[in-house]
Each structure stands twice: as C-alpha cells, then as structure tokens.
Ligand binder design. Structure first.
Ligand SMILES: [Zn+2]
Length: 99
C-alpha cells in the first residue's frame, strides 16, 4: 500500500448494476438467507430471476440447503468435525481473502 492509498480504496466494491449480474446474484442470494435486502434490491433480484433460470435454480437450492441445515438436530451438527487438513485449507483461504 503506497502513501496515497486510503482505507476506502482497500474496501471491496459492492456496486451492483441496475439488474444484478449472475455473479452478483450468487452473493445476493446467499446474503438473503441471513438478512433482508432493501425492497429495491429485492425487486432488482426478482427481475433477474424472471429471466435467469440458472439463478432461480441456484437460489432454490440455497434455500433448500439452508432449511435442511436448520432442521438438523444440534447433536448432529455438534458432532461434526472437519479433518485438520480441511480446516487448515479454509483458514488459509480466509487469510488470503482478508489480505
Ligand atoms: Zn443469473
């Protein structure tokens, strides 16, 4: 980072076109599981979904996985552990993403 770089320039851009792209929709659909998007964004997403069969399918699959995860008993989820190599790969990927 040089002296002219500001913290704002380091932030990832979250700009979404008027009609989100499929790439935007992937992120937006995932975010929609955890919180409500503003009404205008929901409308823009709905317009995309009218025309994009693949994103409709992806959003439907995400919702199904979310419901399936929530319906699992806590005992099942608490007993699940990732192998150490898998955890290390995830940690490394997150570390790289954070840079
Ligand atoms: Zn799409």
């Amino acid at each position: 980072m040089n002296a002219k770089t500001t913290a704002h320039q380091k932030m990832p851009t979250r700009t979404v076109a008027i009609i989100p792209t499929c790439r935007d929709m992937s992120r937006l659909s995932s975010e929609a599981l955890d919180h409500n998007h503003p009404t205008l964004m929901k409308l823009r997403m709905a317009v995309h979904l009218i025309f994009c069969r693949l994103c409709r399918r992806y959003a439907r699959q995400l919702r199904w996985l979310n419901r399936a995860g929530k319906s699992m008993p806590d005992e099942v989820l608490l007993g699940v552990q990732l192998p150490p190599t898998c955890r290390d790969r995830i940690k490394e990927a997150l570390r790289k993403k954070g840079q």
